[in-house]
Design a protein around this ligand. Structure first.
Ligand SMILES: Cc1cc2nc3c(=O)[nH]c(=O)nc-3n(C[C@H](O)[C@H](O)[C@H](O)COP(=O)(O)OP(=O)(O)OC[C@H]3O[C@@H](n4cnc5c(N)ncnc54)[C@H](O)[C@@H]3O)c2cc1C
Length: 403
């Protein structure tokens, strides 16, 4: 059998969620010749199911002390803000910011330890107590008697984020639909990927593949016969409510747990409506619950935590989804983004950002590993493949309620 023509490219990224798209932009900006291959639609999987919060880690400090996760993540909002201004590692100037801050509220008096922590030097510049006369309209109701804090966290419109990252590299993003793929490993462990299309077969033999396929990384690792790095899945069952209430809310409600009792982000929907997307402890408790039972619980939680809010006629739905991450002892939440070479000596890195927020950190880890192996930009042009461009995936609320 003759060898198919080899496509010359430095890096091939597999997976078009936030990790793959961010890496593509970052690597291209550093001069690498890089392309991205997506199995279905851009942003499908976790990215468009996320709440779009770029957080500075206070959410992970609700036990009353800064955890490792809080420290690793603290600089991320500033990285993202630079990118949103067009002065960072990737260009996010076309991304829609839904909110440039996030609220943290309690229904009654917050435990003394928590109040002291939220006012302490450790979080100065990241948390601000909101005085009664500066509260947003939703917290001006007579029924609200708790404390309100403002965090530096941002909320982004994720479809516009995915579109912005995809649009800056239109020549480098390909759909695998309609192509047959075959991985081959040489005795040295070096991988190549054959793409068979109606116009023939081409062989991709880059200096490195980057598996950025979210939960799909497990299948890719199995296909190439690599046992490590291992993956974990942590499920969530989110709730969506579409309504005409006039105020958006981006906030965590403090509860007794060390994770927010309820996290709400607000997303524009058609016809003057918005979707409140509900996560936090509710979404963890909801795992395994029937949608109707979870919706009933979500209604109870909103009535308990925001009793003055009348949503009016509303449509409800739920989304069961899994977070894909590097395996941790006791399935704990990883503190940082993860990138490492697969364990069988292949020229493939596996990448899980573990949070949308941590993509700048992920890119740093990938570049560090490439550089340590001497993989630098070759100056090769970006190759053209006879494959279509993948579509943008719909949001979970478009799927549930229509546009
Ligand atoms: C409900 C929920 C809310 C969240 N909210 C936040 C938040 O507010 N803030 C935050 O920082 N983080 C949040 N996260 C975490 C964040 O969404 C994820 O860490 C991040 O989106 C993971 O991105 P990814 O690109 O690694 O994976 P994914 O988004 O899952 O993307 C993987 C992509 O790879 C493709 N793919 C799969 N297999 C293959 C294959 N074999 N070949 C080619 N392509 C393939 C898929 O189609 C998909 O497009 C949330 C997660 C969930 C589930």
């Amino acid at each position: 059998m003759s060898t198919p023509p080899v496509v010359n490219v430095d890096i091939v990224i597999v997976g078009g969620g936030i990790a793959g798209l961010w890496l593509l932009n970052d690597l291209r900006n550093r001069g690498y010749s890089a392309i991205l291959l997506e199995a279905t639609a851009l942003g499908s999987g976790q990215t468009l199911a996320s709440q779009g919060m770029i957080h500075g880690g206070i959410k992970y400090s609700l036990a009353g002390a800064l955890s490792g996760a809080a420290e690793a993540i603290a600089e991320m909002p500033d990285h993202w803000r630079r990118c949103l201004r067009g002065a960072g590692a990737v260009d996010l100037r076309r991304v829609r910011v839904l909110s440039d801050h996030f609220y943290l509220w309690s229904t009654g008096a917050v435990a003394g330890r928590m109040t002291a922590f939220l006012a302490s030097k450790a979080v100065r510049g990241r948390v601000e107590t909101v005085a009664a006369d500066r509260r947003p309209p939703i917290f001006r109701a007579a029924g609200f008697s708790g404390s309100l804090y403002r965090l530096v966290d941002l909320v982004l419109d994720v479809p516009s984020l995915v579109a912005a990252l995809a649009d800056t590299c239109p020549d480098a993003i390909y759909s695998l639909a309609g192509a047959a793929t075959a991985w081959t490993a040489a005795d040295s462990g070096r991988l190549t990927l054959d793409l068979r299309t109606a116009t023939g077969t081409r062989r991709l033999a880059p200096a490195a593949f980057v598996f950025a396929a979210g939960a799909g990384n497990a299948g890719l690792l199995a296909t190439i016969g690599a046992a490590t790095p291992a993956m974990q899945r942590r499920p969530l069952h989110q709730v969506m409510v579409r309504h005409r209430y006039p105020h958006a809310l981006h906030g965590h409600c403090l509860g007794r747990e060390t994770t927010p009792r309820l996290t709400i982000s607000s997303h524009p929907a058609g016809g003057g409506e918005q979707v409140w997307y509900l996560g936090g402890t509710l979404a963890e408790q909801g795992v395994g619950m029937a949608p109707d039972a979870l919706i009933a619980l979500a209604r109870q939680e909103l009535a308990a935590l925001l009793p003055w809010v009348e949503l009016g006629p509303a449509r409800w739905a739920t989304l069961a989804v899994e977070r894909a991450e590097p395996r941790q002892p006791r399935l704990l939440r990883p503190d940082q983004a993860f990138a490492d070479w697969v364990g069988n000596g292949a020229n493939a890195l596996v990448a899980w950002p573990t949070k949308l927020t941590l993509c700048p950190h992920l890119a740093h880890s990938v570049v560090e590993r490439l550089t340590l192996r001497g993989i630098t930009p070759s100056g090769a042009p970006v190759p053209v493949l006879p494959l279509p461009r993948p579509a943008l995936a719909p949001t979970p609320w478009e799927t549930a309620f229509g546009a």
